[in-house]
Design a binder for this molecule. Structure first.
Ligand code: TMP
Length: 266
């Protein structure tokens, strides 16, 4: 589908841009190649990341919808963009952890990779200025971010997403260490529903190869491990997200990057 050039930008985030969609209540979500970490202090362009995250997120959101987990994804428009439902984003990052890593390891001194025994759900306030602090459920209510029912809904959905992702990735030899979700309020015409929004990709998940423990996610960038694009490609390949495109993933990405370069130089 051709996308209007004159469209209005609504928001620019660190890795995505949102534009007004063609119909009221829709938004175009554009995935950039920019990678940031440590609250934007570390930055780099990773060629092809936007293409990979667009398609990985599409794949996961579509599978989740198939098992009844409502989310904002409508359809893919092109290599970097998807049409999504407009929602009012709840300013929380909902993190699910199966193994210790990242800020959990730092906060509690538990060695990276330790199995947690049961999935843990944590909430972080989505506020860059404050460095996205951890918040308790009581605090979320005191701050009037959402009510108890909405929080329960997010928690239950997050755990369902975890069960699904854990199984799906296990099938392709990947261990889901942890991941981050965002939710939004969506007016479905009858009531305000809480649905999954944002993206699910190696930017927002920790994914380790089940056999070798090789990191296949943004930690490669955060920890200067190199091979970021190859790791994301590996995830895409194992999930088969480009299978309908035909041809090897590397070629598809290379061609798309060539087209982008040509468009820029015009
Ligand atoms: P953390 O261990 O740094 O708290 O991160 C937990 C998960 O959330 C991990 O999979 C990475 C993801 N994440 C984001 O998607 N965005 C962020 O800004 C941060 C800090 C983490």
């Amino acid at each position: 589908m051709a996308v209007k050039k004159s469209r209005k930008q609504i928001y620019e985030g660190k890795a995505k841009v949102l534009y007004e969609g063609p119909e009221p209540g829709t938004i175009i979500q554009h995935f950039k190649d920019d990678a940031t970490a440590f609250n934007g202090k570390k930055k780099q362009i990773i060629a092809g990341k936007g293409i990979l995250n667009n398609r990985i997120s599409e794949f996961i959101m579509s599978r989740l919808a198939e098992v009844g987990i409502r989310n904002h994804y409508i359809k893919t428009l092109n290599m970097r963009e998807q049409l999504i439902k407009q929602v009012e984003i709840i300013p929380l990052e909902v993190v699910v952890r199966n193994y210790a890593a990242g800020s959990f390891t730092k906060r509690y001194g538990v060695p990276e990779g330790t199995q947690l025994g049961a999935a843990l759900v944590e909430f972080f306030l989505k506020k860059d200025k404050l460095g996205d602090p951890l918040v308790t459920e009581e605090c979320i209510q005191v701050l009037k971010i959402c009510d108890h029912m909405e929080m329960q809904e997010m928690k239950n959905t997050a755990l369902r997403v975890n069960d699904f992702l854990f199984g799906m990735f296990m099938g392709v030899g990947i261990r889901v260490i942890d991941f981050k979700l965002e939710f939004g309020r969506f007016d479905n015409g009858e009531f305000i529903d809480i649905i999954l929004a944002d993206e699910i990709s190696p930017d927002s998940c920790r994914l380790w190869d089940s056999q070798t423990n090789r990191k296949l996610d943004k930690d490669r960038f955060r920890q200067d491990l190199g091979g970021v694009e190859d790791a994301y490609k590996e995830v895409a390949k194992r999930l088969g997200v480009f299978s309908s495109e035909g041809g090897p993933v590397d070629e598809i990405i290379k061609n798309e990057l060539k087209i982008k370069k040509r468009r820029k130089s015009k």
